[in-house]
Design a protein around this ligand. Structure first.
Ligand code: PGA
Length: 257
């Protein structure tokens, strides 16, 4: 049986950047830049404050479907959780995706594997597709713990997620040492971990793993995306710095798809 074709998927993670006007302008430029492309999924992830306006802008004009992702969510639907935003609120303002377990959340805000799992399940209940991030630190890589760390993060994140729900998830492999550092994993390093992730998923869900999309993240740029995408298990990118200018993000999507 030949593997299911996997449509390339690129998500620009804008992190803590952009006023409302800047975010809407960037989303508009991205949408215009990719309007003629077919066979690729393009998503932007603005700050919470710009999600509604960006989603409105992207849905209200006809050219090219660019999706909207949030960068985090809470695991409860409602209640006394000051400062949190629920997955159903994100769906309500037009999000289709949510990035979960990003290494900055894990490292700077103490997010744990169990919380990522709760958030992923909440996102799925709300109809969002989680983009679940996993990846090792430099110390873990140097200690030969890369695959063990990735396996632990992955298995915790998708615990108690049904096969039908898992089919809606995306996994992003983001080596922490490559994020925002300009130091990209080599295509071979990325492929090794992507193949491992797919094999772990296949062990639990043999019928599904071939169609799940596994993104690479960590200093993806227009000039290295093609080599990464040439690897058989690399299906797209989660892109930080290079997504903050429409020109470089669009060029990267074109190079990579
Ligand atoms: P970067 O960030 O592309 O700036 O390395 C990627 C990410 O954090 O998702």
């Amino acid at each position: 049986m030949s593997p299911a074709p996997r449509r390339p998927f690129f998500c620009g993670n804008w992190k803590l950047n952009g006023s409302l006007a800047e975010s809407v302008a960037l989303a508009t430029d991205v949408r215009n830049g990719v309007a003629t492309l077919r066979g690729v999924d393009v998503v932007v992830a603005p700050s919470f404050t710009a999600l509604h306006a960006v989603a409105k802008r992207l849905e209200s004009e006809s050219a090219g479907p660019v999706g909207v992702a949030a960068q985090n969510c809470h695991w409860e639907d409602k209640g006394a959780f000051t400062g949190e935003v629920s997955a159903s609120q994100l769906a309500d303002v037009g999000c289709k995706y949510v990035i979960l377990g990003h290494s900055e959340r894990r490292q700077l805000f103490g997010e744990l594997d169990a919380g990522v799992n709760l958030k992923a399940r909440a996102a799925l209940r709300a109809g969002l597709a989680p983009i679940i991030c996993v990846g090792e630190t430099l110390a873990e890589r140097d200690a030969g713990e890369t695959l063990g760390r990735v396996q632990a993060q992955l298995e915790a994140a998708v615990a108690d997620v049904s096969e039908a729900d898992l089919a809606r998830c995306l996994i992003a492999y983001e080596p922490v040492w490559a994020i925002g550092t300009g130091r990209t994993a080599t295509p071979g390093q990325a492929q090794e971990v992507h193949a491992f992730i797919r094999a772990r998923l296949a062990a639990r869900h043999p019928g599904l793993a071939a169609s799940l999309r596994i993104l690479y993240g960590g200093s993806v740029k227009p000039d290295n995306v093609r080599a990464l995408m040439a690897e058989v298990d690399v299906d797209g990118g989660l892109v930080g710095g290079a997504s903050l200018k429409a020109e470089s993000f669009v060029r990267m999507v074109k190079e990579g798809s």
